[in-house]
Design a protein around this ligand. Structure first.
Ligand SMILES: [Zn+2]
Length: 91
């Protein structure tokens, strides 16, 4: 579903994406596997939702922290597991 109209697009995105939907994609956002469309929707949601932003930031910080340490090999799906861990602690 794509609209070229500038007015109301952001509003539509905000209404369209629920927190539950955002949570499904946060790990993919962090793993970098989201396409541009979804990344845009996610970025918009994160700008307006402090809960999801907190989860996203917390997960991203942890992933980056681990990623900077070359001793630790980043296993695929780490972002998703961290996200579940962090979201469980926040809610
Ligand atoms: Zn949210």
């Amino acid at each position: 579903m794509v609209t070229r109209e500038m007015s109301g697009v952001d509003q539509m995105i905000a209404v369209e994406m629920s927190c539950a939907e955002a949570w499904q994609d946060i790990s993919e956002m962090i793993d970098g596997t989201l396409d541009d469309e979804m990344r845009k929707r996610m970025a918009f949601h994160l700008r307006h939702c402090t809960h999801c932003k907190a989860i996203y930031d917390g997960t991203l910080n942890t992933v980056q922290l681990l990623g900077d340490d070359k001793v630790i090999e980043m296993p695929p799906g780490l972002g998703e597991r961290l996200f579940h861990r962090i979201s469980a602690e926040l809610f």
